[in-house]
Design a protein around this ligand. Structure first.
Ligand SMILES: Nc1ncnc2c1ncn2[C@@H]1O[C@H](COP(=O)(O)OP(=O)(O)OP(=O)(O)O)[C@@H](O)[C@H]1O
Ligand SMILES: O=C(O)C[C@@H](O)[C@H](O)C(=O)CO
Length: 335
C-alpha cells in the first residue's frame, strides 16, 4: 500500500538538493582508464541525474545547488534548463571553487569504476542561506542525497531543507548515494546518514550503503531488520537495492515487495540507481502501488545501463512502457 500523500495543490512536483557535476564517460569501452584517450561529457551527480529523469517523465522539477563560476558550471545550468528544470535556486559560487568531475572507467559491463576529482567542489559550498523556505513549500517532493552531507556548509543546508520540508508537508526521499572519497571516515558518514534518515519518508539505498549506516549495530546484512528500524522514525517505505539481483521494498504496514529485473545489454552499471529512483518516485507520485513503481524503476535502470550515459539516457514514459512491453513479449534480445 502506498501511504504517501502528495499535496496536489503545490505547483512543483519535485525538488532535489545537492550535487551538480560532470561525468566524463570513457568512449573506448572495455579497457582500463590508463588506455582511455577520449571521453564524452555529460551532466552528472546522482541528484542531478534523478532530477533529469523526473523531468523526462513529465514532472515539474527544480534544483537547489551551487555550480562553479566557469564553463562547466554554465554547461550544467544550460543543460538543466534545456531539460525544463527550474534553475532559479541554482547559485553560481564565486569562491573560486571548481566543478566536480567523475571520470568513468568501463573495463567490462560488470567491471566499472569512477575516478572522482572533488577537491574544492562548488556543490559542497551550498549554504543554509541558499535554501529558501518559500521555494521548499512549493514542492510535493524533496530528494536529498547522502553526498551533500559530507561537508559543511552543504551539510547544514540539507538539514535546513529537511526542516522546511517537514514544516510544509513535503514528502522527503533520501537516496543514500554513498561515495566514500567525499568523507573523512566511515564513522562520520554513518552518524550523519543516520541523523538525516530519521527525518525522511522514503529511504532508498544499496545493501552496502545500509551496511555502512549500521556499523555500530548488530543486525547488519538483514534487509527486514534494516527497514524496520526506520519505521520507528518518519519512514513509510524503505527500499534496499541488490544490483542485478533486484530490489526489495518494505512498508511501515509490514509488507514486503520484490522488485523485478529486466534484461539489459549492459554497457556499464553506473546510473542504475539514479534511473531506478526516478522511475520509482515517479510511479509513487502517480499513486501507483509499490510493485508497479518498482517495475518502472527497474525498467528505467535497464535502459540506462544499456546506454553510454547516466543523465542523457534517462528515459521518457513512452520509452519505459515500450521497453516493458518488449520484455513481456519476449522481443528484447540481449547479447
Ligand atoms: N545488471 C543488471 N541488469 C538488470 N538490471 C539491473 C542490473 N544492475 C542493476 N539493475 C537494476 O537497477 C537497480 C539498482 O541497481 P543497483 O542496486 O546496482 O543500484 P546502485 O548501486 O545505486 O547503482 P549505481 O551503480 O548507479 O550506483 C536494481 O534494483 C535493478 O533493478
Ligand atoms: O554521482 C556522481 O557524481 C556520478 C554520476 O553522475 C554517475 O553517472 C554515477 O555514478 C551514476 O550512478
Amino acid at each position: 500500500m502506498n501511504r504517501l500523500r502528495f499535496d496536489a495543490q503545490k505547483p512543483l512536483d519535485f525538488i532535489a538538493i545537492g550535487r551538480l557535476c560532470i561525468d566524463l564517460n570513457a568512449n573506448e569501452i572495455n579497457r582500463p582508464m590508463e588506455e582511455t584517450v577520449t571521453f564524452t561529457k555529460y551532466v552528472g551527480g546522482s541528484p542531478a541525474n534523478i532530477t533529469i529523469g523526473m523531468s523526462r517523465l513529465g514532472m515539474k522539477t527544480g534544483f537547489i545547488g551551487r555550480v562553479a563560476d566557469d564553463q562547466m558550471g554554465r554547461f550544467i545550468v544550460q543543460y538543466l534548463e534545456k531539460n525544463h528544470i527550474d534553475t532559479s535556486n541554482v547559485i553560481t559560487d564565486k569562491s573560486g571553487s571548481v566543478t566536480g568531475l567523475a571520470f568513468t572507467e568501463i573495463k567490462s559491463p560488470t567491471d566499472c569504476s569512477i575516478l572522482m576529482y572533488r577537491d574544492n567542489v562548488a556543490d559542497l559550498k551550498l549554504e543554509p542561506k541558499d535554501v529558501s523556505e518559500d521555494y521548499m513549500k512549493q514542492a510535493k517532493v524533496l530528494l536529498i542525497s547522502g553526498t551533500a552531507l559530507a561537508k559543511s556548509p552543504s551539510r547544514e543546508a540539507v538539514f535546513l531543507a529537511l526542516d522546511y520540508a517537514r514544516k510544509h508537508d513535503v514528502v522527503v526521499f533520501f537516496d543514500l548515494d554513498y561515495r566514500p572519497y567525499t568523507w573523512n571516515s566511515p564513522e562520520e558518514t554513518a552518524i550523519y546518514y543516520n541523523l538525516a534518515a530519521e527525518k525522511c519518508d522514503v529511504i532508498i539505498g544499496t545493501r552496502e550503503e545500509f551496511d555502512m549506516m549500521e556499523q555500530f549495530e548488530s543486525h547488519r546484512g538483514d534487509d527486514k531488520k534494516t527497514a524496520k528500524k526506520w519505521f520507528d522514525y518518519q519512514a513509510k517505505i524503505v527500499v534496499i537495492k541488490h544490483g542485478k539481483d533486484g530490489s526489495i521494498a518494505y512498508t511501515k504496514e509490514g509488507e514486503a515487495f520484490k522488485g523485478p529485473i529486466f534484461p539489459a545489454n549492459v554497457i556499464k552499471t553506473f546510473g542504475a540507481g539514479d534511473s531506478y529512483a526516478a522511475g520509482f518516485i515517479y510511479g509513487l507520485m502517480q499513486g501507483w502501488d509499490i510493485p508497479k513503481a518498482m517495475e518502472y524503476g527497474a525498467a528505467a535502470a535497464s535502459i540506462v545501463i544499456s546506454s553510454h550515459s547516466s543523465s542523457e539516457a534517462m528515459p521518457t514514459l513512452e520509452q519505459i512502457e515500450s521497453y516493458i512491453q518488449k520484455c513481456k513479449n519476449g522481443e528484447m534480445i540481449t547479447k
